[in-house]
Design a protein around this ligand. Structure first.
Ligand code: 13P
Length: 342
């Protein structure tokens, strides 16, 4: 095996190492502003740096977290002691990752649908990110459920872009985390979510094969199969776990090194309970099932921090608690009692 293939294999395997998941801290500036608004904290370069610093340096995080996804601004910032964030992560035994897409934009001719951009200049940006320490990258495609949508055009345009991105990442020695997210905001049933997730995954793996992307050096980040938030009937924990595992088993190749979930607006506790149920009822899946949450790991931490230096320790404790619960959920060993003990 070439040195590059070796490195990609090692990185991919380490990302989904037993009992570990990924912390997504790659909110774009408009998104982190929205999060800070909820705690009445102004979003400035310094407040964003201070917040990411506490997430990155939380003592003991490396027991549960294998990697963190950074944003372009964040990968260039430093901890309070002057250590650049990527170095700080590596010193804490955590791999730096980077979001490389430039956002979901309206898809021409398809009202209500999006296509993710960011391929222009990507080869050069990846080379720079690698210099800065990035070992893996993320690209998020957004699929919206609604009246007569998603269209095949939307699913295929996004799959094509994900495959082009993944090929460029592997060329650069960076593991691509391909993220097709079927949004959970509509009033659809869980069956409809299954159908759309299945169509999205089929199209994605077709496109990856067409572009000769090495599946064994790729990580899938995906939504769980859930009822839309506005749906009157909400599927229970076991049903979500069973439908998600069935959808993945039927549509994801066995040679993929690992699958991680986004939380997509689920409460922190529910996101953990779903992951736990999947792993508790399945012990012979071809890939590890782990987490790569943003909101479901950060929410309690953000609410404990409130933008104040004196709350840093409490915020880090809140983060660590969620990380630990999700780490246990990777082997089906989480229980709800752990929440009241927190
Ligand atoms: P959430 O877990 O908040 O959905 O974010 C994960 C993510 O990285 C979305 O791209």
């Amino acid at each position: 095996m070439s040195d590059k293939a070796n490195e990609l294999e090692q990185t991919a395997r380490t990302m989904v190492e037993t009992g570990k998941g990924i912390l997504a801290i790659d909110e774009s500036s408009p998104t982190i502003k929205k999060r800070f608004d909820t705690i009445n904290t102004e979003s400035t370069e310094e407040s964003r740096r201070a917040y990411r610093d506490l997430l990155i340096t939380a003592p003991g995080g490396n027991e549960f977290i294998s990697g963190m996804i950074l944003y372009d601004e964040t990968i260039r910032q430093s901890s309070s002691d002057g250590t650049p964030f990527p170095r700080s992560l590596i010193d804490h035994g955590i791999m730096p990752g980077i979001k490389v897409d430039t956002g979901a934009k309206d898809l021409a001719g398809h009202p209500g649908e999006k296509v993710t951009e960011g391929l222009d200049g990507l080869r050069e940006r990846l080379a720079e990110y690698r210099e800065l320490g990035a070992k893996f990258a993320k690209w998020r495609a957004v699929i919206t459920i609604g009246d007569k949508i998603p269209s095949t055009a939307c699913i295929e345009a996004n799959a094509h872009a994900l495959a082009r991105y993944a090929g460029l990442c592997q060329e650069a020695g960076i593991v691509p985390m391909v993220e097709p997210e079927v949004l959970m905001d509509a009033d659809n049933t869980i069956e409809r979510c299954y159908e759309v997730t299945e169509a999205t995954l089929k199209s994605l793996f077709n496109a990856l094969n067409q572009q000769d992307v090495a599946i064994e050096h790729t990580i899938l980040k995906v939504n769980m199969v859930v009822s839309g938030k506005q749906c009157a009937t909400q599927a229970g924990i076991q049903e979500v776990a069973d439908m998600t595992v069935r959808c993945l088993s039927e549509n994801v190749p066995a040679e993929l090194p690992g699958i991680v979930f986004l939380s997509g607006g689920q409460t922190p506790e529910l996101a953990t309970a779903h992951l736990n149920a999947m792993n508790a009822s399945n012990n012979s899946l071809p890939w590890p099932l782990s987490f790569s949450y943003g909101r479901a790991l950060q929410e309690p931490c953000l609410n404990a921090w409130l933008g104040k230096e004196e709350n840093v320790e409490a915020a880090q404790n809140a983060l660590l608690h969620r990380e630990k619960c999700n780490s246990l959920a990777c082997s089906g060993k989480y229980s709800e009692d752990m929440e009241s003990a927190a």
